[in-house]
Design a protein around this ligand. Sequence first.
Ligand SMILES: [Zn+2]
Length: 312
Amino acid sequence: MNQKYALGIDIGGTNTEFGLVDNKGNIELEGSIKTSNYESPTELVKEIAHQVLAFSSISDIIGIGIGAPNGNYYNGAIEFAPNLPWNGFIELAKIFETEFGVKATLTNDANAAAMGEKLFGATKNINDFVSITLGTGFGSGIVINNKIVYGHDGFAGEYGHIIVIPQGRECGCGRKGCLEAYVSSTGVVRSIQELKSKNKLNSKIFKIENPTAKNVFDFAKNGDTFCAEIVDYTAMVLGESLANFTCFSSPKAYVLFGGIAQSGVYFAIKVKNYMEKVQLNIYQNKVDIIVSDLHDKNAAILGSSSLAWKCK
Ligand SMILES: [Zn+2]
């Protein structure tokens, strides 16, 4: 019998990544195309089909999983995603189904990441967890009783937009003080200017043109006091807000994934300490902060492919 695959697709504002994934999480074929090169989603889907079917026959593909910004699990549509080249309401799952003739399932990219953790990653044996993607923004996928929480309309899990500091920093969503404006790579970069500290004068970060969050974390690890303060502040804002979240669903773990999380346990330990400091007593020392062990490059494909494996 031929090897069976799920086709995992991650639609991003810049690139669309895709891959054929077996049921153990091995990626056999991987590709990347520029999203904005395609005038319509149908053209993009046709190009993916062209590349995938040069490698595998359609009878070997058990299903398609798609992660996309503003992807709605219930109706299979991308709804008004601000960073994609196509506007409005796009019935993407249907377009894939028409092209490939197999079932396609869509969700937003943060939920796909949570599914990937569950099937192939750090939370295989955990039924209640929250996966947190710290990239340009702050994505979250909430798993309760082994199920992703979608909410009544498919948009649950926008934890990055809870307001942590009233009247605080402006957020991309048009409001002020969201978690994402502090805890994300863009949030860390904003802290370089906005955090007040007497150690600013001696910091190497001001010698760099257009510093990144990675610069801040690298300098912090190498003894730059101001950068260490930024990391500490970021960990505090996240840790305290996670203690709040714990009161809601009592997860066993928060899994950190993405750019900032790649600094590994260094950041996770700080987040854990700040969380424990304000954690309600019945939850104390029961909730873990884990760093994702999915390889960053493939995680999006693994995550979206797991949608198809899960539906199987
Ligand atoms: Zn916001």
